[in-house]
Design a protein around this ligand. Structure first.
Ligand SMILES: C[S@@+](CC[C@H](N)C(=O)[O-])C[C@H]1O[C@@H](n2cnc3c(N)ncnc32)[C@H](O)[C@@H]1O
Ligand SMILES: Nc1nc2[nH]cc(C(=O)O)c2c(=O)[nH]1
Ligand code: SF4
Ligand SMILES: [Mg+2]
Length: 211
């Protein structure tokens, strides 16, 4: 298995329940809901993506031919030798097109708490500590349990409460970034105030100007 990785970088988790926590981000190349090319955006299933996940040319990116090679590259990005507090976030692109149990085991063996950001269309391998699922309307959601459900809001008029019957420990709405951000933030705030099971997730890294 060769893992194709766009970039590996160290920053604060910007979103969701772990916002503010230092973590190494491993961004896998490719997604099943968009090619990543602007020319294809309008006919993609997921049209609002804020991320460049094409290729392997980013900081720390590349092709890793074994799980140990990938895990070593993630470990190199961690700033200290102390094993405490290590956290990796596998994202993308869609990480579950590539992340397998060998890669999860390899980072766990290096002391990492393992988080995943996924669109929920593929079944995750075992050993993931924090599974954050962000459903995309128009795709088939197969992951129906996890630690966090983070719904980008609004999406095609769909009521996020449709996900309340699934087995997620935390429910979040995250305003859709783009030309209507301000309006979307206001709508997400109102949604949380009206539905107290739901909390607001902001993309704090964008406000802070960090990766
Ligand atoms: C780039 S995606 C990669 C992981 C995975 N493919 C997914 O969609 O969950 C990382 C996170 O950013 C969110 N996201 C992407 N574009 C966004 C936007 N324009 N506004 C707010 N959140 C966005 C996604 O829903 C997901 O929670
Ligand atoms: N700081 C920071 N936090 C994030 N949380 C999820 C991200 C992602 O792109 O998956 C992300 C990201 O790109 N940067
Ligand atoms: S599913 Fe995730 S990576 Fe794929 S296009 Fe949508 S937000 Fe981007
Ligand atoms: Mg991001």
């Amino acid at each position: 298995m060769t893992y194709k990785v766009k970039e590996i970088f160290y920053t604060l988790q910007g979103e969701g329940a772990h916002a503010g926590r230092p973590a190494v981000f491993c961004r896998f190349a490719s997604c099943n809901l968009w090619t990543g090319r602007e020319a294809d955006r309008a006919r993609a299933i997921c049209q609002f993506c804020d991320t460049d996940f094409v290729g392997t040319d980013g900081v720390g990116g590349g092709k890793f031919s074994t799980a140990d090679d990938l895990a070593d590259a993630i470990l190199v990005a961690w700033p200290e030798s102390d094993r405490d507090n290590r956290m990796v976030v596998f994202t993308g692109g869609e990480p579950l097109l590539q992340l397998d149990s060998k890669a999860v085991a390899a980072v766990r063996a290096r002391g990492f708490y393992v988080a995943v950001e996924t669109n929920g269309t593929r079944t995750p391998p075992g050993g993931v500590d924090w599974l954050c699922v962000s459903p995309k309307i128009g795709s088939d959601l197969v992951v129906r349990e996890g630690q966090e459900l983070k719904f980008v809001y609004p999406q095609l008029g769909v009521d996020p409460r449709r996900f309340e019957s699934l087995e997620f420990e935390n429910l979040r709405v995250q305003p859709m970034d783009g030309p209507k951000l301000e309006q979307n933030v206001a709508a997400a705030v109102k949604f949380c105030l009206d539905n107290p099971r739901w909390q607001l997730s902001l993309q704090t890294h964008k406000y802070l100007g960090i990766p």
